[in-house]
Design a binder for this molecule. Structure first.
Ligand code: ADP
Ligand code: ASP
Ligand code: MG
Length: 407
């Protein structure tokens, strides 16, 4: 018998009616003769509510306790889903990360899976049960509960599929698949039948939260067939494929946006060797990720240096820069969290010219000012005013004709 891993996200298990529907879908797969392992997220909004509760008590709760708290969200949904499957006359068992043995490193709130113990899962499957696993959580070698980062139930699902050698991993969510842009922002966004791992990784990293980045990485590394489908409608959804398997040849696959960005500008910073190294070393030491960097051409012995970080890291980055200022001269430090990053992603960009110009023109026509630009072989990103994000995504999407169906 083949094992199929199915993951249901927060909105798909948002209330008990939806949980009952998920149970019915699972049964349909069982009746087709497959063994099913289900990975479930917390009921929609419940992880946010748990974080809000913690913040009512402390602005920076102990990270260990936060993970103990957040892992309870998934414990609720797995138990309810197991009850719903039993109600339909099939045997099911819910298991937490700890019970399964999803071993992680010790980085609370952003832990990485080290290994998965298949034994318990296989035993329960052999007993004819539907195995329902808590996504997003694991346990360290010292029995401490960890969580894997927001949205990481996708990663649990792919990791479990890889570990079991499952036939495929299906991610069920509240949209019909992966679209050319977030369908909540762009009404004429088109569902893609296929997307390459490279493109999906970029899109996930640039703000398309439909898949957690690490789930795509693992699917690529362990060659797990991966698909995104709707929890509410039938349909093949989108499959993630190797570049060589791509049937549709397109230049740009999608447009993404990320409003979780903040810009720090160091105006009048000394223009001499080693200055940038000092600034970025100090930031890196605190494990803060820097995204874009621009430096203008220096004059009068000074330059201006701007870079972006995730919004949550803004205040700690400013604290670090204030310390750096004791060693190097910086005339003023300016910050702006009212920015966002809009990006186009496409594997076909490598062999096409004029993509950047097209994107910049689309923004210019709408009077959207570009504050920073960064490019790679398969993406172009622009930092703009956050208030113009939705407009920008729409016009860039239109300028590449992404809403049009491919014949
Ligand atoms: P789940 O709770 O099922 O994990 P998420 O909210 O994490 O669901 O991801 C699904 C959401 O991702 C969709 O509701 C959609 O708004 C958003 N999204 C952003 N970009 C895209 C895209 N390019 N294609 C599809 N969905 C996208
Ligand atoms: N419940 C977690 C979150 O809200 C994990 C997930 O949904 O994938 O981030
Ligand atoms: Mg998600």
């Amino acid at each position: 018998m083949t094992v199929i891993v199915k993951k249901f996200g927060g909105t798909s298990v948002g209330d008990t009616t939806k949980i009952k529907n998920v149970a019915k879908r699972i049964i349909r797969t069982i009746e087709l003769g497959h063994q099913v392992v289900v990975v479930v997220s917390a009921m929609g909004g419940s992880t946010d509510r748990l974080i809000a509760l913690a913040e009512e008590i402390s602005i920076s709760p102990p990270e260990r306790e936060l993970d103990v708290l957040l892992s309870t969200g998934e414990q609720v949904s797995i138990a309810l889903l197991a009850m719903a499957v039993s109600e339909l006359g099939y045997e099911a068992i819910s298991l937490t990360g700890n019970q399964v043995g999803i071993l992680t490193d010790g980085f609370y709130s952003n832990a990485r899976i080290v290994s998965i113990n298949n034994a318990r899962i296989l035993t329960e499957l052999d007993l004819g049960k539907v195995v329902i696993l808590a996504g997003f959580q694991g346990v360290t070698i010292d029995d401490e509960i960890t969580t894997l980062g927001r949205g990481a139930s996708d990663t649990t699902a792919v990791a479990v599929a890889a570990s079991l050698g499952a036939e495929r991993c299906e991610i069920y969510t509240d949209v019909d698949g992966i679209f050319t842009a977030d369908p909540r922002i762009v009404k004429n966004a088109r569902k893609l039948n296929q997307i390459t791992h490279e493109e999906m990784l970029e899109m996930a990293g640039l703000g398309a939260k439909v898949l957690h980045s690490r789930s795509v990485e693992l699917a690529q590394k362990f060659e797990v067939p991966l698909a995104v489908r709707s929890s509410f409608h039938q349909g093949e959804g989108t499959i993630i494929v190797k570049e060589s398997e791509m049937m549709e040849r397109v230049v740009v696959s999608g447009v993404t946006s990320n409003t979780d960005q903040a810009k720090i500008s160091l105006i009048g910073i000394e223009d001499k060797p080693g200055v940038a190294a000092k600034v970025f070393q100090a930031v890196a030491e605190q494990k803060i990720n820097i995204d874009m960097i621009i430096q203008n051409i220096g004059h009068d012995g000074t330059a201006d240096l701007s870079f972006t970080v995730s919004e949550k890291d803004l205040s700690s980055t400013v604290d670090i820069i204030e310390k750096v200022r004791r060693q190097i001269k910086i005339a003023t430090v300016e910050t702006d969290s009212n920015i966002s990053k809009v990006s186009v992603v496409g594997i076909g960009m490598v062999s096409h010219v004029g993509i950047a110009a097209k994107m910049f023109s689309a923004l210019a026509i709408e009077n959207i000012n570009i504050q920073m630009i960064s490019t790679s072989e398969i993406k172009i990103s622009c930092v703009i005013n956050q208030l113009q994000t939705e407009k920008a995504v729409q016009v860039v999407h239109d300028s590449f004709d992404l809403g049009r169906s491919v014949s």
